[in-house]
Write a protein that binds this ligand. Structure first.
Ligand SMILES: NC(=O)c1ccc[n+]([C@@H]2O[C@H](COP(=O)([O-])OP(=O)(O)OC[C@H]3O[C@@H](n4cnc5c(N)ncnc54)[C@H](OP(=O)(O)O)[C@@H]3O)[C@@H](O)[C@H]2O)c1
Length: 282
């Protein structure tokens, strides 16, 4: 199987490379591959892929509020170009999307068929990416995930671990609930999905749910440093982008295929053990 991975240097891209190493991989990312730049379609079709995993995105949720046109160009127009190339190649497309397509008003795990209503630019542009991918190419799986972290790149787990090493008190919001997802687990779930004939929208997150405060408290407790994790409200933190208060995704379609990601607490413990091993080995 020949697989193209866009966003190959990102958090998920790195894990996909490891999990799919047995296949012939074409790794695309900035600066040589820019979904808003020239030759996007040719760079993909030249690889004659059977599968295109489109993980590249403008992922900075707050920055997207200040750069809505760029976010739309990357997340929606760029995705449409990738989808066209996948269709021209006869390849299956896997497009990564987000829990931030929802507004959080439901207060029960969101199903794939629930109506999307994004609260911020990032969510709107990713949702537009979903619509364009599905319209352009019928053989598409839209994989919505959430609260992603991994070994490579910046993420919440690393930020809290870093804060815990320098501050006695950490302030974290306690009125947003979602499902932390380890990028390695998501990469394995995507690999398993390639063995199914799934099409359309599929939710794929770590099992269970928590608030950012509960997530941070678990990180600090597992690291074993005596730090106070203080609950604050979203209003007190005043970020540029609005975020849903509730964005837990039901993984019903994935479970129906016998594919499950581990519980977020187990995945986090495993991840922190792995980081410790790597730090000690250096
Ligand atoms: N992170 C999360 O919490 C989260 C949650 C839900 C869904 N997702 C989705 O999951 C996917 C993977 O997320 P991630 O956390 O692995 O993202 P990431 O670490 O930010 O990686 C994204 C990659 O895309 C590249 N990229 C940005 N603009 C590009 C462009 N114009 N052309 C080509 N490549 C470009 C980035 O390069 P530069 O670093 O040089 O910009 C980066 O290597 C994304 O589609 C994201 O929307 C993420």
């Amino acid at each position: 199987m020949r697989i193209v991975i866009t966003g190959a240097k990102g958090q998920l891209g790195h894990e996909l490379q490891a999990v799919l190493a047995e296949y012939h991989l074409t790794l695309l990312d900035m600066p040589a591959f820019d979904v808003t730049g020239p030759d996007v379609e040719r760079k993909i079709t030249d690889a004659r892929p059977n599968v295109v995993i489109h993980a590249a995105a403008f992922t900075n949720v707050d920055e997207a509020e200040h750069e809505p046109q760029r976010a739309m160009a990357v997340n929606a127009e760029g995705t449409e170009r990738v989808a066209r190339a996948a269709a021209d190649s006869g390849a299956r497309l896997v497009y990564l999307s987000t829990d931030y397509v929802f507004d959080g008003s439901k207060q029960a795990p969101y199903l794939e068929c629930d109506e999307a209503n994004p609260l911020n630019v990032y969510g709107r542009t990713k949702l537009e990416g979903e619509r364009r991918a599905l319209a352009r190419h019928p053989n598409t799986v839209v994989v919505r995930t959430a609260w992603l972290y991994g070994m490579h790149g910046r993420n919440f787990v690393k930020a809290i671990a870093q804060a815990a090493s320098t501050q006695s008190e950490i302030r974290v919001v306690n009125d947003q609930r979602g499902s932390p997802t380890y990028a390695g687990d998501l990469a394995r779930a995507i690999k398993a999905m390639l063995g199914t004939d799934l099409k359309g929208v599929v939710h794929a997150t770590g099992a269970g749910d928590c608030t950012w405060h509960e997530f941070a408290s678990e990180i600090v407790s597992l690291i074993g440093l005596p730090r106070r994790v203080v609950q604050v409200s979203t209003a007190e933190m005043a970020r540029p982008a609005s975020r849903p208060g509730y964005s837990v995704l039901a993984n019903a379609i994935l479970y129906g295929q016998g594919i499950r990601l581990p519980h977020w607490k187990d995945a986090l413990a495993q991840f922190l053990r792995q980081i410790k091993v790597e730090v000690e080995a250096k």
